[in-house]
Design a protein around this ligand. Structure first.
Ligand code: GRF
Length: 209
């Protein structure tokens, strides 16, 4: 049966998304795969890494996606100079939405305020629980019965913006941080594409201040 293109499935209407990574890029891959669907409202137009050795870059190139490296070490301690370079790259590629996916740089208000309601992050915990790093170790150490992942809008306070999607997994008595991380990663790969779809469709929005 021939595919039917509706106006919402029109490639012209898709939001141009940049995925920012620092390493493996498995969440980036889940977004790339989801965006292959004809009715997906976003296209992955660019992958940016702050590290030239990020494994995800090779996958993105193999998928025919434009990649850029903005090496933060070139800017020393000047975070805003790094972010101005990053912003310039995003503007050159006419990016409309930004997805942080294992992007290991803290962002300043200067940059975050350029993307209100247009920048998403995935965090491997049930926010507001376990903000910051080493979430799986901390969930086990705290005796948490459930753990999970959250996709949220990025606001200046770290790991604190409005939630777009969240999914729970059980914590098992036998779990190590690695086994728990693997269980969480499965739901990350499900909820990030769902959350991006909702934002690109205009269904999930950030409340105006
Ligand atoms: C994921 O667990 C994500 O939630 C966290 O960093 C990890 C990145 O993994 N922010 P990947 O690079 O997407 O595979």
């Amino acid at each position: 049966m021939p595919d039917v293109l509706t106006s919402t499935g029109d490639a012209m209407a898709r939001k141009r998304v940049a995925v920012l990574i620092s390493g493996r890029g498995s969440n980036m891959v889940s977004l790339i795969e989801a965006a292959k669907a004809q009715d997906y409202p976003a296209e992955i137009a660019l992958v940016v890494s702050n590290r030239s050795d990020a494994a995800g870059l090779a996958h993105a190139r193999g998928a025919g996606i434009a990649t850029e490296v903005v090496d933060h070490t070139r800017f020393g301690k000047d975070r805003e100079a790094f972010e101005r370079a990053l912003q310039a790259v995003l503007e050159q590629h006419r990016i409309e939405l930004v997805c942080l996916a294992g992007f290991m740089r803290l962002l300043t208000p200067w940059f975050i305020e350029r993307w209100p309601g247009r920048m998403l992050n995935i965090h491997p915990a049930l926010l507001p629980a376990f903000k910051g790093l080493h979430t799986h170790e901390r969930a086990i150490a705290d005796g948490a019965k459930t753990h999970g992942a959250t996709v949220h809008f990025v606001v200046p306070e770290m790991d604190s913006g409005p939630t777009i999607a969240q999914a729970e997994v059980p914590v098992l008595a036998t779990d190590t941080p690695e086994t728990l991380a693997a269980r969480v990663l499965v739901v990350e790969h499900r909820i990030y594409p769902e959350a991006l779809r909702r934002v690109a469709d205009g269904i999930a929005t950030i409340a105006a201040p």
